[in-house]
Design a protein around this ligand. Structure first.
Ligand SMILES: Cc1ncc(COP(=O)(O)O)c(C=O)c1O
Length: 285
């Protein structure tokens, strides 16, 4: 079996998995989600993902029917139906179905969809030589409007940004905010290394605080790599000694170029240390 879907606890073949056209995830992107991966038959960092799922739910006033422990059990049980060594598991919870109205109190029960498939690994050369990125021509949503720290089912901002990467055959598109600062990429966080210091955007900036970003920050502290959570510009990124992306599926992925301008090193020494530390962390998790 290659892929599996579970809708509100019932397993479906992907081709038969259906959800109502009145589901608010479909109508408005009124949903939240998480993506977890496994290594060697074990879901990785699933608890922080569930914590973030609850944070997202709280921020959009969505009432979840289960406890964190129950979600953990549901995800583990689903994963056991097809425990690919390296799996991609997505859980999406919409506010549910109801009459077509924006009123968030109209639907009564949430819809939960889980999806599981083998993880498609990124080519080794991405990790060994880095990937090209572009700066998107659309800005990241402002925290004051549609907070990127809510991992919602509304990814249109990111879809529009990704278009720039697709058109330039780049791996990712990085979005700036209205002040001209780098925020994050469409599905990853951004780090750069300047004079031995590791920089990443502040926690309260227009970003999703990635689980991988948090792990990398902790690893950097353990390795005594000086870390600054600070705003930086596209020029800072282009002039950086090294830069990399982080996400659950990308781990620590070096950036080779920004808008065609090749960075000084990819991967540089700090990136390589963090890649190794991340692999060690995963092995011992
Ligand atoms: C917008 C955005 N930023 C950052 C990330 C990285 O998050 P994580 O490290 O939790 O996978 C993601 C992951 O999908 C994302 O969608």
């Amino acid at each position: 079996m290659e892929e599996l879907v579970m809708i509100n606890g019932a397993i479906s073949k992907p081709s038969e998995a259906k959800i109502s056209v009145f589901d608010r995830g479909f109508l408005y992107g009124d949903a939240i989600y998480e993506v977890v991966r496994s290594y060697s038959g074990k879901l990785f960092a699933v608890e922080p993902h569930i914590d973030r799922l609850f944070l997202s739910a709280e921020r959009i006033s969505m009432k979840l029917p289960y406890t964190k422990k129950q979600y953990l059990d549901r995800m583990q049980e689903f994963y056991q139906k097809a425990p690919f060594d390296d799996a991609y598991l997505r859980i999406q919870i919409s506010r549910g179905e109801g009459p077509i109205t924006l009123d968030p109190y109209a639907p009564t029960t949430v819809n939960e969809v889980m999806y599981l498939r083998p993880l498609k690994p990124h080519p080794r050369e991405y990790f060994e030589r880095g990937v090209p990125v572009v700066i998107a021509g659309v800005l990241r949503n402002s925290k004051k409007a549609m907070d990127p720290d809510i991992k919602s089912g509304n990814y249109l901002n990111n879809v529009l940004a990704y278009k720039f990467a697709a058109e330039k055959k780049a791996h990712e598109a990085i979005m700036e905010n209205s002040e001209g600062f780098i925020t994050e990429a469409t599905t990853s966080n951004v780090f750069c290394v300047v004079n031995g210091e590791l920089w990443t955007s502040p926690d309260d900036s227009d970003i999703l605080r990635g689980i991988t970003r948090n792990i990398v920050i902790t690893l950097a502290q353990g390795l005594d790599i000086p870390l600054k959570k600070k705003n930086f510009t596209r020029q800072d990124l282009k002039n950086a000694d090294e830069a990399f992306l982080t996400s659950s599926t990308r781990e620590v992925m070096p950036i080779a170029s920004v808008n065609g301008d090749v960075l000084k090193s990819s991967p540089g020494p700090v990136t390589r240390r963090l890649q190794q530390a991340y692999y060690d962390y995963v092995k011992n998790a």
